[in-house]
Ligand binder design. Sequence first.
Ligand code: BGC
Length: 630
Amino acid sequence: MQISPSHVIHLLFIAAGIVALVLVASPRNMPPSLNGAIYGDETLPIDARVNDLLVHMTLEEKIGQMALVEKNSVHELDDVATYGLGAILSGAGGKPENNTPEGWRAMIGQFTNASRSSRIGIPILYGVDANHGNGNVPDATIFPHALGLGATRDPELVEHIARATAEESLATGAQWNFSPSLDLPTDIRWGRIYEAFSDDPELAGELGAAYIRGLQEFTPAVAAAAKHYIGAGSMAWQTSSNKDFFIDQGITPPDEKTLRDAYLPPFQRAIEANALSIMTGLNAWGDTKVSASRYLLTDVLKNELHFNGFVVSDWYGIYEIAPGTYDSTVTAINAGVDMVMLPYDYVQFISDVKKAVGRGAISESRIDDAARRILRAKFALGLFDADDAAVDLSVIGSELHRALAREAVGKSLVLLKNDDSILPLSIHSKKIRIAGSAADNIGMQSGAWTVEWQGVDGNWLPGATSILAGIRQATGPDAIVQYDKDGTFAEKDIADIGIAIVGEKPYAEGWGDAANPTLSADDMAAIKRLRASTRHLIVILISGRPLIITDDISNWDALVASWLPGSEGEGVADALFGNVPFGGKLPMYWPRSIKQLPFDWTDSSASARPLFPRGFGLTTESLKNPKSNR
Ligand code: BGC
């Protein structure tokens, strides 16, 4: 047949039409149809569901999954679906206006529903710092902070505590806990020591794995975020990238042997326990921020240790990599960060990543890998299959959990000195005088990350018991218990027993960095007054770390390191009065002087001798046979 010019023009039009159609229908311009999608099928294996979901997602939807946004910076609820945000967190103290279990459920429920309403309907993960129980909620059970759990050396107990914490978090709707901390502190001047179990890699790894099992190996599960990968705890004094801090967010010496011998093994344990996520530290390793290190995140963590979960960056961390947001983002994602914590600006983040993929600065396969890791965790948690069954809010602060916390307190106490076996006390001790800033202050005994980032002051947590109240409950009717915070008592007699309950005010992160961690002048004065009006003086330290007390300890008859015991003050009284034996062992070295810092536990010279070695702790017998009858 003859082809006329008009035929050619006609054919050209048809061809152009086909090309245009193909372009419009290509995945870049039109979301793939969800017809035939099978990722909703609960009976399929997780990998099949993830593969199917990825095929049906646009690039934008995958990038959205990589965003973890602080709830206070979500501009509009609709943004959750519009940007397909992957996760939302409550930064410390990021509570709902109505800070009750119901208030939390309503807040998280709103975000979850918003995420489900997106085209692809991927539920968000909601993350909280429930690092000593779900302390975000005033009614919650506050367990001892991790260092106290380290003193128990009891993985089974730690697993139970993680489970109870998971239950109290799930009741509020949170399915992700930014815990456990696997940091190994070497310098007591750091403000985050109490968040760690121990300075011993073996113990930190063992308890960390137990904690992860407690969170994850139950249905419904809570995802763990083992942190802070890596080298956190060995940053050098005055190297912080934050001008207000000294150690926190500082520089870990670039010594690969120590990193591998000490800091890596706990993370290896976390991976063996199937931790669904690992959080990068805000520290630098040598001159590279950890979030920028492809070597540490991809080569070591993912390739060498075969970590299959997702890597999440901490707070504003990635933006400390380079001057601009774009360069920082490209470096962090190419290094191996899968999800980025965004306290402020998710729109910028999403646009930076899109731009980078468009320019080929981040490959699509890197985005696929990140999204795959995140989605795998979401499927593993059952988020896609969750039904909205009624939730039992009564687990929050339940009697059962409080009993567990009380048990943990008793086991976490480390008896460092016990002259003349003064402890345990008889419940019939005639007159007991109590003084000190931490005796009657539940906020102080709970430490930071309790309702507020920096903790709270005073006795207003419902259902909690101060140490003073615990002692009053434990003593017999014939005992007289007198209390004055400053140690000033009107009567001029000498009482049998003085108990000074003294310690540190709550602090979190770099705000707790301190040049010389020791007791305050007020507490020292209270101890002095109490000493003058009592025959035997017992000092109970409430602190987030060992304190420098070398010059004072000889004036005290007994000394108990009680760490940050949490809401159940009776646990302290249990050991004081022999209901349970003292059996806790120091989870870390207790230095003699700040001149020994950072503490080098491999140095055996005399000048490096600690005041007490790791593992030290005197024991007593339990109530059935109280030795002392004072
Ligand atoms: C801390 C993390 C914590 C995160 C979220 C950061 O400031 O370093 O440990 O999980 O905030 O609250």
